[in-house]
Design a protein around this ligand. Structure first.
Ligand code: FAD
Length: 372
């Protein structure tokens, strides 16, 4: 497509914002439509592993993320009572100048990405969605929820797990399914320098992840028959969930924030079959391959998608050649990450005794260390 093209990105989250920056780096004109206001981002925080840091460095936003977030070098493992079970370094993929991992709050992360999208000259249309897409051999006509109509060379669906772009193009293919597990999360003043992971013994896992100099979050996984959130006093329910834990997790159980600051989220999975494109429309990020958070790689895969898409659209005159080249570089890598993440999740749900969590994590780190 090269620099003369014009692309619509649907969704201004991690994949969409990163794609907008990557496409602008190729000189391609970009519009982004986002369903919500830019400062509406909720959620606790995110861990960025080495491959995410490497991709963010390429997008030119890593130094700002490092200033707002917290840099660290890997994992510390504990039993449920807080007895040490060893440490593991994270994948140092971004080079000698960067740490293995960083944590950052979701609102800070979103603010930095949004600012970069605008600074690179992409237009963002908040509180806007796509009502209809109609494509022919030369372009895509888009009708927006605000009544505007515009024609693009290509459309990128980066609108997350419940993607309407995916439904418009692929119908029920890739519809989300529930993993059988959810996760509780809450923020605390930071007191750890690594990502702490506690084996709950009964199939659940708790942990602590640094987010900034001041903050960390605590999480505990929850085998649940339904993806519907629990009702009632979340603080009391989380306290019960944490009852088997000692060590630092046990101490924090007695200092939980109020219910409205506690988040419960189901892990939903999306596996859109290869290829993720049809004509001039392509699906990326969670909309194509949402996974559980057991490897902390969902966001990293979304940013890598964006970087590769920018490179391939910049390298090819023909959109479908670019999309084919994109799939060759992305499908197998994201598929392995999904498979391993789900395996870790399954082992927790079934309380498997021959689970080799650290082996799978090491395998995944070896993969993501490889260049995209
Ligand atoms: C509990 C939990 C913890 C996680 N922890 C990590 C972690 O530590 N590290 C990591 O790398 N990943 C982690 N992930 C995964 C990560 O959050 C996702 O992979 C990532 O957010 C995917 O980015 P995305 O842009 O594809 O989707 P999203 O972040 O969902 O963004 C989609 C965007 O599209 C917008 N949108 C939706 N519908 C429309 C529409 N119709 N029109 C316009 N806009 C629309 C949304 O408002 C949103 O802004 C975690 C996930 C969960 C659930």
């Amino acid at each position: 497509m090269r620099a003369s093209g014009k692309v619509l990105v649907v969704g201004g989250g991690i994949a969409g914002s990163s794609a907008a920056i990557a496409l602008r780096q190729q000189g391609i004109a970009v519009d982004v439509v986002e369903k919500y206001l830019p400062d509406a981002v909720l959620g606790i925080g995110i861990n960025l592993q080495g491959n995410a840091l490497r991709a963010l460095a390429g997008l030119g936003v890593l130094d700002e993320i490092a200033r707002a977030g917290f840099s660290y070098d890997g994992f510390a493992f504990f039993d449920s009572q807080g007895e040490s079970r060893g440490t593991m370094p994270g994948p140092r993929a971004a080079g000698p100048d960067y740490p293995a991992m960083m944590g950052i709050t979701r609102p800070d992360y979103s603010r930095i990405l949004n600012r970069a999208v605008t600074a690179h000259g992409a237009r963002i249309f908040p509180q806007t969605t796509v009502d209809a897409l109609e494509q022919d051999a030369n372009g895509v006509d888009v009708k927006f929820s605000d009544g505007r109509r515009e024609r693009y060379d290509a459309v990128v669906g980066a609108d997350g797990i419940h993607s309407t772009t995916r439904s418009m193009i692929f119908g029920a293919l890739g519809a989300p399914r529930y993993s059988g597990q959810a996760v509780w999360r809450a923020n605390f003043p930071r007191s750890v320098d690594l990502l702490h992971s506690y084996d709950g013994g009964g199939g659940d896992r708790a942990g602590l992840a640094p987010l900034s100099d001041a903050l960390m979050y605590m999480y505990v996984t929850d085998k649940s028959d339904t993806p519907e959130p629990p009702q009632g006093d979340l603080r009391e329910k989380l306290r019960e969930k944490l009852a088997p834990y000692g060590g630092l997790i046990g101490q924090l159980r007695e200092q939980l924030p109020p219910s409205e600051q506690i988040v419960w989220k189901p892990f939903l999975l999306v596996d859109l079959p290869n290829p993720w494109h049809n004509g001039r429309v392509i699906i990326i990020g969670d909309a194509a391959h949402a996974t559980t958070a057991h490897l902390g790689q969902g966001g990293a895969m979304a940013i890598e998608d964006a970087v590769v898409l920018g490179e391939e659209l910049g390298n090819h005159d023909d959109v479908s050649d670019a999309f084919d080249a994109f799939m060759t570089r992305r499908f197998e890598r994201t598929h392995k990450i999904q498979k391993w993440s789900e395996q870790l999740c399954r082992w927790e749900i079934t309380r498997s005794e021959d689970a080799d969590q650290q082996g799978v994590i090491a395998q995944a780190f070896e993969l993501v260390r490889q260049p995209i």
